[in-house]
Design a protein around this ligand. Sequence first.
Ligand code: FAD
Ligand code: SF4
Length: 331
Amino acid sequence: MRPFQFVRPTTLQGAVEAAGDAPGAAFIGGGTCLVDLMKLDVQSPPVVIDVHALGSGDVVTDTKDGLRIDARARNSDVADHPLVKRRYPVLSEALLAGASPQLRNMATVGGNLMQRTRCAYFRDVGVGPCNKRSAGSGCAARDGWSRMHAVVGGSAQCIAVNPSDMCVALLALDAVVYTRRRLDTRAIAMNDLHLLPGDQPERETVLEPGELITHVLLPPSSFAVRSGYVKVRDRASYAFALTSAAAALDLHADGHIVAARVAMGGVGTKPWRCPEVEQALIGQHASLPVFTRAAALALADARVTPDNAFKVPLGRRTIVRALDRAAGAAG
Ligand SMILES: Cc1cc2nc3c(=O)[nH]c(=O)nc-3n(C[C@H](O)[C@H](O)[C@H](O)COP(=O)(O)OP(=O)(O)OC[C@H]3O[C@@H](n4cnc5c(N)ncnc54)[C@H](O)[C@@H]3O)c2cc1C
Ligand code: SF4
């Protein structure tokens, strides 16, 4: 690990000024992603800005616009919060499906939103070229081991998967991410936060250098309460998704579907929304045959490798299970 300056501002203004004054500075939440990458020499920010002293009090608050979750909130605190569990169960389930209890006790919402890919070639500076780590150097995963890699959203330059479980739930919930940079604030729809790799895989989100995530807003909705998350992985816990799905349903009293949200993890270079599946569900009676027919429309544009072709049928089956779980939720 290279030497760096560590600062702990106590005001939002102090944090964004510290970032604005230091090119390459990085905010740090729990450090469960950033510190690993610094030790591996993948990232070497000259200044690390700790966000924990930026406020006090409740990190989850009920507002007239929806549930406000502070970017500093620990993943475990959000997962266990009574309002999250009752109104947005898919978020609680997605958070609890991620990492381990110890990691969730450290990791923050801001850090989870911005966590980097787990592509082995990205994380190991000694094994091969990586366009994300070093622009224009090549992509070792293209002809290498790609079992965990993306089947949608990839480019010739990068097929690394976005690893977050939480982001999949936030996408299904139409969450909005709020940021601050110097004196400017902005609201970013969850679907617009992450970028496809295209020709610039090193650029993963729309955030500008020095832009701090301050909070996330979960808008009130008719479907969030009847929602669920299903994750398929190599081990029952402490493993990243092979495929995952977040589903939410607004059901009429007679059982037909008024509105649906479906998003996938483990398959895309960004958390992957499935509007084609959502459209196919509307007006239908909630049932396994209907879920199966709609899920078959997902991942139609998949581009697979021999290693990861299994993700297409597995991903569709994961959607069916998530929809079934959502339909069975208390509502
Ligand atoms: C062994 C292991 C297993 C894991 N398994 C899973 C899993 O199954 N599912 C899953 O989803 N995740 C998993 N993770 C990843 C884990 O969820 C992330 O490491 C964690 O969410 C990152 O949060 P953090 O607060 O520690 O981020 P940090 O490491 O502090 O920061 C991560 C990135 O976010 C930036 N950042 C932090 N806060 C802000 C902010 N407020 N505004 C702007 N940028 C910010 C940092 O600069 C950095 O680039 C695993 C991690 C490990 C180490
Ligand atoms: S898939 Fe992306 S992150 Fe992985 S080696 Fe290729 S360029 Fe790097």
